[in-house]
Design a protein around this ligand. Structure first.
Ligand code: PBG
Length: 328
């Protein structure tokens, strides 16, 4: 053997598609994908979301159909967001038994049973006329402790209507504990909580605010969501607090710009970790692909693989059904 040639040749394991497939260290499975869905009260036809091509605000009927398709494709869960016809300062639609999410949950629970996990985002921003995630004080600040009661009530309304997993996303201190206590007191001790534990105040949520019609009417969410440049230990602290309050699984959000946080969390906790590939991540890929600047399918898969590799056990993605179909 000639010593001038390398002995170690990593390329040997890359030569053929069969070899690459066999040695792959990161795989995606449909069951670990979760589809976020929007359902809007009082519309006759699904409404396209301009900044998220391919995503719609569903009617009750179109939601049923799309949820069925997700289940058929093997998607693990769907998470519902509701857009009420009327909004007010306290977000009354959030815990109204006839509020849009509760009504839609009853439809889906009867259609789908446990074919996939029916999840709900628990927050007030879609329901408040001011667009903030909680109740406001007279000074226009979000009142943490008063908001907890509203979240607790919304979570119980969702569980009553058929939600199988509650996902509080408002970043109020103590929200997981308040919701856990309310669920337990109302006979829902078996319903798990997926805490949006490390959620950053992100520009990547831009398109979601069109989809859920929940842009804050003044200010922003920086006083409750985490600063992207915040203290290094902040995400782990939030995660530990949520676990201590009874969270069954935790989430990091957004995904692609926070893969370091995802890895830290995965290496620290014993519970399942989810990552949310948010609206802006979706919109950037769709927009660039529509311009012919990137290969859409390739970038979708590459980004999901990156999120998986960084440690996500579950991924919330608007591409869930499409990707699940491609995987099966
Ligand atoms: C709050 C909530 C938001 C998202 C999920 N839950 C908006 C926000 O925090 O401003 C964003 C999701 C996305 O951008 O895809 N209810």
């Amino acid at each position: 053997m000639n010593a001038q040639y390398p002995v170690a040749r990593p390329r040997r394991l890359r030569r053929t598609a069969a070899m690459r497939r066999m040695v792959a260290g990161t795989r995606l499975h449909p069951a670990e994908l979760i589809l976020p869905m929007f359902v809007k009260e009082g519309i006759a036809e699904p409404q396209p979301v301009g900044s998220m091509p391919g995503v719609v605000q569903h009617t009750r009927e179109s939601l049923r159909k799309a949820a069925h398709e997700a289940a058929e494709a093997g998607v693990g869960g769907i998470i519902l967001f509701g857009i009420p016809a009327y909004k007010d300062a306290r977000g009354s639609g959030a815990d109204d038994p006839d509020g849009i999410v509760q009504v839609a949950l009853r439809d889906l629970a009867s259609d789908l049973g446990d074919a996939l996990v029916l999840m709900t985002d628990t927050c007030l921003d879609e329901y408040t006329d001011h667009g903030h995630c909680g109740l406001l004080t007279a000074d226009g600040e979000v009142d943490n402790d008063a908001t907890l009661e509203r979240y607790a009530s919304a979570a119980v309304a969702q569980a009553t209507a058929g939600s199988r997993m509650i996902a509080p996303s408002g970043m109020m201190d103590g929200q997981v504990g308040a919701i856990r206590a309310a669920l337990d007191a109302n006979g829902f001790a078996e319903i798990p909580i997926l805490a949006y534990a490390a959620k950053y105040a992100s520009g990547f949520y831009g398109p979601f605010r069109d989809a859920a019609e929940c842009a804050p009417q003044f200010g922003d969410r920086s006083a409750y969501q985490q600063d992207p440049a915040g203290p290094i230990g902040e995400a782990l602290r939030e995660v530990r607090l949520d676990l201590a309050e009874g969270a069954d699984a935790v989430m990091v959000k957004p995904a692609l710009a926070y893969l370091d946080i995802l890895r830290q969390v995965r290496d620290t906790v014993e519970v399942p970790v989810a990552a949310y590939q948010v609206s802006g991540e979706y919109a950037m890929v769709e927009a660039a692909a529509a311009n012919g600047w990137i290969d859409r399918e390739r970038v979708i898969m590459e980004s999901l693989i990156a999120i998986r590799r960084a440690g996500a056990d579950m991924i919330l993605t608007y591409w869930a059904t499409e990707v699940a179909r491609g995987l099966s």
